[in-house]
Design a protein around this ligand. Structure first.
Ligand code: FCB
Length: 504
């Protein structure tokens, strides 16, 4: 921790210990000099998603998903990887639950396979796939691990994309197909699952799936990507209604990819650039989900982009009257996927591209993961405090946070991923600081339980608490998992990195 953040921590500690009303209401974490203490009911978990870990792509009557199709495109995935086997978790799921138990976690975020449950996109649900997930949920509950289920972690049935560049989230009807699927899953599991995450990362779906074509379904069309993003949000609203009917006591949320956007300098133009980028990345999703409607500045931006691209339609052509009410109808918690931040500056005059900002940083010698992403825990603290302030004090669950570090097993058979230990520790302390400042953070799901199929990047980046040998499927808990076990067992995150002499 830097001197500056230490000072903030001790300042927030004073504030939290002197305002007892706030302390009681928030059930805040205490920050002592040497450790951050989390509430006893805090959710300590890890996250995965179906396509990234399961393999067995046709088992139990599974239908083809858009990712099964996309990985066949030459060059779409680094190294030519596919989800055909991945971590083989569709067969080895009991082993994965054992891993959660060994780490001592009390929760697990995973996704149900959309194309497994709705092989043809609409109509009758596939009972065999529902049986599979029911067994998994029951086994988790039996050992005291709370399931947090994501419904769409990107494996949409390919039947919903009838031709390249058509269908999928471009099609308004997909929002109701998604609600049918949500109804099928919650009809079976709604009595047992306490947290439902409808959509994973609407902005990433819009950006990578429909604007840049780097993820399935591989559409590259800026104007229509905005339409797709709207339908993803509409899908949340419709699905939330189906979930609420089947799972009345459950908490319903969305996992959002949130990237704090900070100005490169103090000048007004850079500040405006950061705010504009924040609208594009964060507020365009957060505001309507939190029943505030689409932010006017970003809507103007999209109007300009649509007009300039000659799309022949405006936002009122797909954001229909009543849509915002549906989208904002239910958000019990905000799922925060946090990896890094964006440093923004005003776009250079005459620069190509549709947006009046440029992502220019981080510049210089900042700490980075093996994927080059800046490690910026303080930005997570500030983000959580801001979400608490701007979105009605809703509970916040960190639904993803993690880093690529490529450490492999060494001669002693262990994986000494000391940088991941430091990464987790610093981010947990940032969360504790936000909680001490009043943010209601109720859980932390590390991405990921396992090294897995990292979408277009294939199997190269390793995000896991557990090393996976892809040839054999063998799992090895990394030192970070042993560290995380200590955190979960004690409910505290230490101030300093431990020495790494865990016995395991
Ligand atoms: C998020 C995705 C998740 C994983 C992590 C690294 O954007 O939700 O599946 O790929 O990034």
């Amino acid at each position: 921790m830097t001197a500056a953040t230490a000072a903030t921590a001790s300042a927030t500690m004073t504030a939290s210990t002197t305002t007892s009303a706030t302390t009681e209401r928030r059930n805040v974490t205490e920050i002592h000099t040497d450790q951050a203490v989390f509430p006893p009911d805090f959710l300590w978990g890890a996250a995965t998603s179906a396509y990234q870990i399961e393999g067995s792509r046709t088992a139990d009557g599974t239908g083809e998903s858009v990712w099964d199709v996309f990985v066949r495109r030459p060059g779409a995935v680094e190294g030519g990887g596919t989800g055909a086997i991945a971590c083989d978790s569709y067969r080895r799921w009991r082993e994965d639950i054992d891993l959660l138990r060994m780490i001592g976690l009390n929760s697990y975020r995973f996704s149900t396979g959309w194309s497994r449950i709705m092989p043809t996109g609409r109509g009758r649900a596939n009972a065999a796939a529902l049986d599979h997930y029911e067994r998994q949920v029951d086994a988790l509950l039996e050992v005291g691990i709370k399931p947090l289920i994501t419904l769409n972690h990107w494996d949409m049935p390919s039947a919903l994309t009838p031709a390249p560049g058509r269908g999928g989230w471009l099609d308004r009807a997909t929002a109701s197909a998604f609600a049918e699927y949500a109804g099928a899953v919650t009809g079976r599991l709604g009595d047992r699952v306490g947290h439902w995450i409808t959509q994973c990362e609407p902005w990433i779906i819009q950006l990578l799936g429909y604007q840049l074509g780097l993820h399935a379904p591989g559409v590259k069309d800026l104007a229509r990507s905005v339409v797709a993003g709207h339908h993803v949000l509409l899908g949340h609203g419709l699905a939330a209604q189906a979930i609420a009917a089947n799972s009345p006591a459950a908490q319903i949320g969305v996992a959002l990819s949130l990237f704090p956007c900070v100005p490169d300098s103090d000048c007004e133009a850079d500040r405006q650039a950061a705010w504009g980028s924040d609208g594009y990345v964060n507020r365009w999703y957060l505001d309507p989900l939190a029943a505030l409607g689409y932010p006017a500045d970003t809507r103007r931006l999209w109007e300009g982009v649509l007009a300039g691209s000659g799309a022949g339609f405006g936002t009122e052509d797909f954001i229909l009257p009543g849509d915002e009410a549906v989208i904002g109808s239910r958000l019990d918690f905000i799922g925060v996927n946090y990896y890094t931040r964006r440093v923004c500056a005003a776009a250079a005059p005459g620069a190509a591209g549709p947006f009046p900002w440029a992502v220019v940083g981080p510049r210089g010698d900042v700490p980075r993961t093996d994927e080059g992403w800046e490690i910026a825990p303080d930005a997570l603290r500030d983000l959580l405090i801001r979400l608490d302030r701007d979105y009605g004090g809703r509970p916040l669950v960190v639904t993803e946070n993690g880093a690529v570090f490529g450490d492999a097993p060494t001669h002693d058979g262990r994986v000494h991923d000391v940088r991941r230990v430091a990464f987790i520790r610093s981010h947990l302390r940032a969360i504790a600081q936000a909680m001490a400042a009043g943010a209601r953070v109720t859980g932390y799901m590390h991405w990921s339980l396992l090294d897995n199929f990292e979408w277009a990047l294939g199997y190269r980046p390793r995000f896991g608490l557990t090393h996976v040998d892809y040839a054999s499927g063998r799992r090895t808990l990394k030192d970070s998992a042993w560290f995380y076990r200590q955190v979960a067992a004690t409910g505290t995150a230490p101030k300093e990195d431990p020495d790494y002499g865990f016995d395991g």
